[in-house]
Design a protein. Structure first.
Ligand SMILES: Nc1ncnc2c1ncn2[C@@H]1O[C@H](COP(=O)(O)OP(=O)(O)OP(=O)(O)O)[C@@H](O)[C@H]1O
Ligand SMILES: [Mg+2]
Length: 357
């Protein structure tokens, strides 16, 4: 009997032992399989990082100091008056495409930081948001502009999800706290977003809500209680830029902002932009080339683009300079239209149109 018991015990021990052994080996295989995948992914990312194309020439032509913005003296002066000093204000920049609105906005905070009495700290953030790509959904699960709450139901089994903790996510308005929020193409923001933005401008904080929030929930960390009870800080100055007309912008936004107008660029402005970009691209221009480009470039961006193509043509042909014929070809193939401040015989007409006001 005793022997029978011992044999049975031995048999079960072996079976159970084998069961766990198989599990262990299988588990190891799974883990090592996962880490192989992870290793491959990591290697892929590293390989991607090792590849980089050359810096686009258009990047090289981008003004790096506010003084390099050409032909917008009044606009830049107004921008500095609004943002520099001890009482910076919200700003909207109006103007046609490609005349330096985005370039100026990106440099304005740096100029303001240098000014006497500025409340902007040296490390004040500059946060850029593009209204044309900014999406939100009506349930406020994601709102990259204002901020949102990740409710436990959407977090799955993560640390907070498992404990039923709603997690606040800062939007652009809070990331810009203490600095500048630049909304490019602000005229494209949807009404709901505009109304929320106006509330933040008024309150200088964002109040978030969640059905999962309870002030007595002990699992919720103190900082999250603080955010739900006192709001997420969002004290910033707004710079909006738009190609729309002022009467297309909601009056409630306009009334809170200093309105600044950038001009269409004159031919002389375009010639200066061409000369600056030419130097940065390291290209020579033959007689009449810059003049020809300036007759067809409607704005600064066109001028830089034409020059970029010329630079590529010249470098492909191993030549030192671009001729007026090269420019003619670029203009024709790019279907650039002659500026309407020129008559057919090349005379400048209608100059008053170029500097409205
Ligand atoms: N006034 C300017 N002075 C110097 N460079 C300029 C100027 N305007 C345009 N450029 C050149 O053209 C590029 C594009 O300009 P920018 O993006 O600032 O135009 P924008 O007014 O914001 O146009 P959009 O309304 O299409 O966004 C700049 O990076 C710069 O190289
Ligand atoms: Mg722009």
């Amino acid at each position: 009997m005793n022997t029978f018991m011992t044999i049975t015990q031995f048999f079960f021990t072996v079976v159970i032992g084998l069961y766990f052994l198989t599990k262990l080996v299988g588990g190891r295989r799974e883990t090592s399989g996962m880490s192989d995948d992870a290793k491959r992914e990591a290697e892929q990312i590293n390989m991607m990082r090792r590849i980089s194309l050359t810096e686009p020439l258009t990047e090289r032509a981008r003004p790096s100091d506010i003084s390099e913005i050409i032909g917008q003296e009044d606009g830049i002066r107004a921008l500095k008056a609004a943002l520099c000093g001890s009482n910076p204000q919200h700003v909207i920049i109006y103007g046609p495409p490609g005349v330096g609105k985005t370039a100026a906005a990106r440099l304005a905070l740096e100029a303001a930081k240098e000014s006497d009495g500025t409340p902007f700290l040296k490390n004040a953030p500059f946060i850029e948001a593009d209204a044309t790509t900014m999406r939100y959904d009506e349930r406020s699960i994601a709102d990259p502009l204002i901020g949102s709450v990740h409710d436990p139901i959407y977090q799955g089994a993560g640390e907070y999800g498992a404990k039923g903790v709603p997690q606040p996510k800062a939007g652009a308005v809070s990331k810009a706290h203490g600095g500048v929020l630049f909304i490019d193409e602000i005229g494209e923001l949807q009404n709901v977003q505009i109304n929320k933005l106006l509330k933040v401008l008024e309150d200088r904080k964002v109040m978030l809500e969640s059905a999962y929030y309870s002030s007595s929930n002990k699992s919720i960390p103190t900082y999250i209680h603080d955010i739900f009870q006192n709001g997420m800080p969002a004290d910033f100055r707004l710079i909006g830029a738009t190609t729309r007309r002022p009467d297309e912008i909601p009056p409630a936004v306009r009334s809170r902002c200093v309105e600044i107008y950038f001009n269409p660029l004159t031919r002389a402005d375009i010639l200066t932009i061409i000369e600056n970009a030419r130097r940065r691209f390291g290209i020579n221009l033959g007689d009449g080339t810059a003049r020809l480009i300036s007759e067809y470039a409607q704005n600064g961006r066109d001028a830089v683009k034409i020059l970029q193509t010329l630079t590529n043509i010249v470098s492909l042909d191993n030549r030192a300079s671009a001729s007026a014929e090269d420019a003619q070809w670029v203009i024709k193939s790019g279907r650039y239209k002659r500026r309407n401040d020129f008559s057919d015989n090349g005379q400048i007409v209608n100059v008053s149109f170029m500097k409205p006001r």
